[in-house]
Design a protein around this ligand. Sequence first.
Ligand code: GAP
Length: 471
Amino acid sequence: MAAQNLEQIVSLCKRRGFIFPGSDIYGGMQGTYDYGPLGVELKNNLKRLWWKHNVYERDDMEGIETAILMNKYVWKYSGHEETFVDPLVDCKTCKGRFREDKLQDAQCLKHPKLHPGECEGELTEPRAFNLMFKTQVGPLADPDSYAYLRPETAQGMFVNFKNVLDSTNRKLPFGIAQIGKSFRNEITPRNFLFRVRELEQMEIEYFVHAGQDEDWHEKWIQDHLEWWINEVGLSRDKLQLYEHPKEKLSHYSKRTVDILYDFPTLGFDELEGIANRTDFDLGSHSREQDKLGLSAKVMKNEHSTEKLTYFDQPTNKHIVPFVVEPAAGVDRGVLAALCEAYDEETLVDANGKSEIRTVLRLKPALAPIKVAVLPLKKNADEIVAVGKSIKNMLQASGAMRAVYDDTAGIGKLYRRQDEVGTPFCVTVDFDTLGQGQDPNLKDTVTIRDRDTMLQERIPISSLLDYVQKRI
Ligand code: GAP
């Protein structure tokens, strides 16, 4: 049975060390989460898969990592200072603060069964609340020396467009990819990792000739939809494409399509947005904009020192490329992968007794631990020594995280590993030592598959190869 609600995922994550509430021992910090020993592995694996697909496996991409703190003018000319706002309303009775456009997702503080506005409380007129975190830069409290924590990684790629172009000699079409932290002062952070104040994004800015933007937009939508299915393992029927209505598009967008995932409790909601941003961004951050023939309407830039243009040899002209932007949330990706993988299965033994097995059916490439080595007997020194040496051999390959565990009986150890999604459990027994009934089984181990629970016996010498082929 799949997860019925987010609470099941939250509880598993805390219990097994995937994700903890931020600053927990001081009562928490709303909208922040800490990734534990297993969570960080899962998150790194997701990011690695994304980077492999979007950077290594293509020949038209460059990766970068830009600073979280950027010059304040970046956010002026990107439009964030003016438009990166949510409509905020206050309840005059319960003093709650809510997003006016998300009242249906919020609870009245006095009557949690009601949405704000449905109770006796009167809501104020909405006012614009900017979601960027502002911070002081340097030791002087000078009102002008402020910066924002970036609310998206995208701008780091736009302002480095020239640097990347000049240092790599790329020709259109080409893209820049970045994975990194972003910060948004969400009015109501909620639903676990879904809406947080400190988040991580995986974004691409893909630069193309105007006129080719619509085709490339379509290609990226299909490519990333397939990535979520084939690489992350999300089911097609839990994914939907959502076309933003023209009148609701962001200020920079000609067309935006979201990839939505059917999260338990929340229903279908955004996992990734793929926008056609035209020449808005490169145009906005350029000087002498009136000479650039921009199609987008931009604010007059009085501070940039560069023209973010591309020299197009065939036409002998400097042009401003259009950009297509696939922008996904790492945390939402982790959450979707966990929700998809969660399964509760009823097992019935030979005596008709039933038991629930919780198993995370993560794609092996995403699983935090690839192999758990378990001794059949923990007080048999030789078995323990062989078990530990197998674990060391697997881990020394550099290809995976492997663990050795002898802190419970074998049945319990299997269940523990099932619950965290470990695809393979290796058991060392007396046959491995050549002390069982069949001497031919010396130097072999059993390897158990998480999903089928079937076991096979293989030589220790072929174990690494066996696992590597399957992860
Ligand atoms: N550069 C474009 C951009 O940032 P966005 O739709 O605002 O677009 C991209 O964000 C992705 O980042 C979203 O699809 C979502 O997965 C993730 N995201 C945005 N805000 C988030 C939040 N408060 N918590 C978790 N993830 C968030």
